[in-house]
Each structure stands twice: as C-alpha cells, then as structure tokens.
Ligand binder design. Structure first.
Ligand code: AMP
Ligand code: MG
Length: 506
C-alpha cells in the first residue's frame, strides 16, 4: 500500500486548511496507546513564523494566509484553539530512559497529534507542541516557551536542508500567555511534521510491563504504515530492528559530520524512523571540542558530542530489550544491532568525512588522516563549519586563497603542515580543483544555526519583530549557497554570545 497520492488525485496542488485530507492511522490503534483530547485554548494567538517549504509539502498555499484575517484563522488552527476539520487530536503514551536511568511512564505531556495529512509525498503527521496539558504532563504545564519553539522551528528546517533525517516544522504561533520557567516567559506552539512520532520509548512502555501483545501491535503498525517492504521478509521484526538500527546509525553519522549535538538523547527522544526528534538544548559545534556538552543540564556529559555514537548504540539496546518477545534473546538481537548500527554508522561517517575533505576515492590511510585532522581542529580551536567551508575553496597547490584558512589557525606553521598533508592526499587521487570545489561546497555548509543566530531571532521576536525568524529560516534553508545578503549569519559568535547557555528548561 502506498502512502502517497497519485498526481492529480484528492490532494490537489494546494488545499485550503479546511480541506486537508486527514488520515489518522495512529488514532485507529486501540485506545491503550493514547488519550484522545483537544488542545487547551491559547489566549489571543498570533503568527510568529511560517515555513513555506513545509507548507508546500502539505499542499498548503501560504498566499491564502496573506490577509490579516486569514492569518488570524491560521493562528487559531495552529494554536489548537480551533480544530482542523478531519483532525482527531490525541496524546500518545510512551516511557523511556532519561540520562541512562529508567524514568517510567512519560508520554506526550505537551504535544497533541492532530493526525496524518495525505500528500503527494506520503502521509505527514501533524503535531502541536506546547498546546496544553495531557494525562502525561505529570507536574508540568503542557506549554512551551517562545525561545524553545523558535529554536525547534529553525533547527529542524536547518537540519533538513543540511540533508540530516529529521522531523519538520510548519509554523510557530505565539501568545502573551505567561509561563513560568526560571523566569516568567511567554508561550508558543510549534507545529511539527513527521511520517510518525513513534519513539523507542513507545515500545519500552509496553516492554517494561511484559505486554507482548501491545509490542506486537505497535511493531505491526510501524511495519504496515512506514516499512511495508519488510512485511514479506522471513523475520519482519528482526528486519525492523535492523532497519531502525541502520537508520539511527545513518542519522548519527550525519550529526557528527555536521557538528550537531542533540543534547538530550533519552530513549523517549529517539524516533523509530531514525529522524532527529525533540529539539531542546541542542547545539552546533563551533570552536571544535570533541567533548563539548551543549546541554547545560547534562552535568556528566552523557550526551557530549563524542559520546553520541555510543549513546545511539545504548539506546538501541534499550529498544532491543523492549522488543525481546519479537526478536528473541538479547544476545541474538544484540548481534543484529551491532551489525546494522555499527556498519551503517561507520560507513556513512567515513563517506561523509571523505566528502567534507574533498576525497573522491577511499585510501588506506584515510582513517588516520581524518583522526589526525580532528586532533588538529581540537588543538587549534578551529571553528568546525568555517574550517571546512574555507577548505572547500582551496586549490591543490598553494595560492593566495590559502589565507582564508591559514588565518583561522592559532599556529600558522601547524596549519601549513596540515595543508601540505591534505594536498599530498589529493594528489594520490589526481584530484581536480574545479569539480572537487563544487562537491565540497555542496557538502560543507556556509550557514548553520549557531546559538547566537537563534538568540538574535528570539530577542527580536520577544519585542514583536518576527522578521529575523523569517530571515534566518530563509538563509538556513540554503545552507550551501553563497547568500551575500545573509553574509552576517556566517560570522563566528560575537563576544556577547560567549555566555549563552541552553538547558532542558523549555
Ligand atoms: P523532553 O525532555 O522535552 O523530551 O520531555 C520529557 C518528557 O516531559 C516528555 O514526556 C514531555 O512531554 C514532558 N514535558 C516536558 N516539558 C513539559 C511541559 N512543559 N509540560 C508537560 N510535559 C512536559
Ligand atoms: Mg521529548
């Protein structure tokens, strides 16, 4: 069964919000998996940002909300105040390991799944994050603050444009309704999109209770709706596990290559589809430090940059344990994830690295070269993104253009020696400047969501100016393009950004 519509059928080129073709597969599961409930109302909502690309994905023509009244209606829908016709709002239950410790039942404490929208590009589920309390809110208020909503909106779209598997984001709606965190802030709702929001923790929830039937139903749900090609295999559940492991490995290889740190790799934040999920205290690597901890609440650095690949494996083991009734004893299943995860991570990571350095072939010493280069990035405190971008412009012989890279080194001689080694490696494959530069510039972004950039957009938004949210989004949707009018977003962090901290508070 195909998820998508053939061209010319029900999902027309653009649809009105009232005609979105909903198909709510998760809501058709038994009610043990969720609680149906409407979002809480949000006082006087207003539109802060809309993403034209995600709107197009859903077939929503954003010119239909250009008029203030239409924009107001849009804000009513995506704040959760007014139900979208065809939606069937629910909060899903899940459990999980947080910071390596079993946390028991969690669930969508502030997310409302509206259902799936049938599009030409498959079914995209829509979820409102921050739309009020649910039975899984525990002691929290069900809300999200403006800053974390803007960060999630911008980052998920930046990641997608960087080629990293991720959930997407349609819009951010704000309200002056106060929410208490360390200080009083205002609330916002971000609309996220993904084929599914099922998490490792969705399985752990049932696995922890020995509820084999629910585990099987959920696994069948994932296979039938998202991985139908696995159904005909001899051992579909084992193949599903291998598929999750492989996709998780690919996702984390991308994270490492682009310098992304998730910040809270709890098992409840791990997507069963291998998508980057739940943007909170994330960060992008700036001055390279393999041990960097982006989440101020992560006291022991469990989720430090260099730990991410190992934590991915740990999380898969937790999933494997939850799936034991389907995939057999841990030793057997462990070998499945070891094979699938480790090989997917390593092969993708090495390929992404060769792409970053501009190597078109595999050579025996590549691993040693790449590892030594990371030592250099660390010792010289090089800005991860700027380094690779500057390298992308260089020729295979020294030219005045080298200055762009040499200036980044604390020690020029060290830089020159490294450049010499890089050029020697290029000669091994007769690398040709023009084609290599094109490839490298399409691999090494100029623009990433640096904390200072997000912070600038957030500060302006707090003052009622949403132009920066729109500008940053526009820029980050084309991270590899030279965009002279956005040149300032390629700058290193300004001094004032030194003390910026992000934590689990959101
Ligand atoms: P997170 O650390 O954001 O992944 O959240 C962990 C759990 O806490 C999830 O079950 C969330 O739904 C829930 N949660 C986080 N913040 C809130 C909030 N403000 N209100 C209700 N639930 C929340
Ligand atoms: Mg979460």
């Amino acid at each position: 069964m195909s998820n998508s519509l053939p061209p010319g059928s029900a999902a027309a080129d653009s649809v009105s919000l009232e005609q979105l073709p909903f198909d709510n597969s998760f809501a058709r599961l038994s009610a043990v998996f969720y609680t149906k409930l409407a979002p809480a109302s949000l006082p006087d909502p207003y539109l802060i940002g809309i993403n034209p690309d995600a709107a197009a994905l859903l077939g929503i023509d954003i010119s239909q909300i250009a008029e203030p009244r239409a924009a107001q209606t849009f804000a009513e829908y995506f704040s959760g105040n007014r139900p979208l016709p065809g939606s069937d709002s629910l909060a899903a239950v899940y459990s999980g390991h947080q910071f390596g410790v079993w946390a028991g039942q969690l669930g969508d404490g502030r997310a409302h799944l509206l259902g799936g929208v049938r599009t030409r590009n498959g079914i995209w589920e829509m979820q409102l994050k921050g739309a009020g309390q649910t039975p899984y809110s525990r002691f929290a208020d069900g809300r999200a603050v403006l800053r974390s909503s803007i960060r999630e909106f911008l980052c998920s779209e930046a990641m997608d444009a960087l080629g990293v598997p991720t959930t997407r984001a349609l819009c951010v709606i704000g309200s002056n309704a106060p929410v208490r965190r360390e200080t009083i802030e205002t609330s916002a709702v971000v609309t996220r999109l993904a084929p599914s929001f099922v998490r490792f923790g969705s399985f752990e929830h049932w696995g922890s209770q020995g509820r084999d039937e629910e585990i099987r139903i959920l696994a069948d749900y994932v296979i039938d709706n998202f991985r139908p090609e696995l159904r005909s295999t001899e051992k579909p559940y084992e193949v599903l596990l291998a598929d999750v492991a492989r996709r998780t490995g690919i996702m984390i290889a991308h994270w490492q290559a682009v310098g992304f740190m998730h910040g809270v790799m709890n098992t409840d934040n791990m997507s069963i589809l291998g998508l980057t999920l739940d943007y909170g205290p994330f960060g992008f690597m700036e001055a390279f430090d393999a041990g960097h901890i982006c989440n101020h609440s992560d006291d022991h650095g469990r989720y430090a940059f260099h730990a991410q690949p190992r934590i991915g494996h740990w999380n898969l083991l937790a999933l494997t344990h939850a799936l034991r009734s389907l995939v057999g004893p841990l030793e057997n299943a462990r070998s499945i994830i070891d094979d699938a995860y480790v090989s997917a991570f390593e092969s993708h990571f090495m390929q992404l690295m060769r792409d970053k350095f501009g190597f078109a072939t595999e050579q025996a010493d590549d691993e040693a070269f790449i590892s030594a280069s990371f030592d250099l990035l660390q010792a010289q405190h090089l800005d991860y993104t700027s380094f690779f971008r500057a390298l992308s412009h260089l020729s295979d012989v020294g030219t005045p253009a080298d200055a762009g890279l040499r200036d980044q080194f604390l020690n020029r001689e060290t830089g020159d020696a490294w450049l010499q080694a890089w050029r020697t490696r290029l000669t091994q494959e007769n690398s040709e400047d023009a084609s290599r530069q094109v490839r490298m510039l399409a691999t090494n972004p100029k623009y990433i969501l640096r904390n200072w950039i997000a912070e600038t957009a957030i500060r302006k938004a707090r003052e009622g100016d949403y132009s920066e949210v729109a500008n940053v989004l526009e820029c980050l949707r084309k991270p590899f393009d030279e965009q002279p009018h956005f040149e300032h977003y390629a700058a290193l962090p300004p001094d004032w950004a030194e003390g910026l901290e992000v934590s689990c508070s959101s």
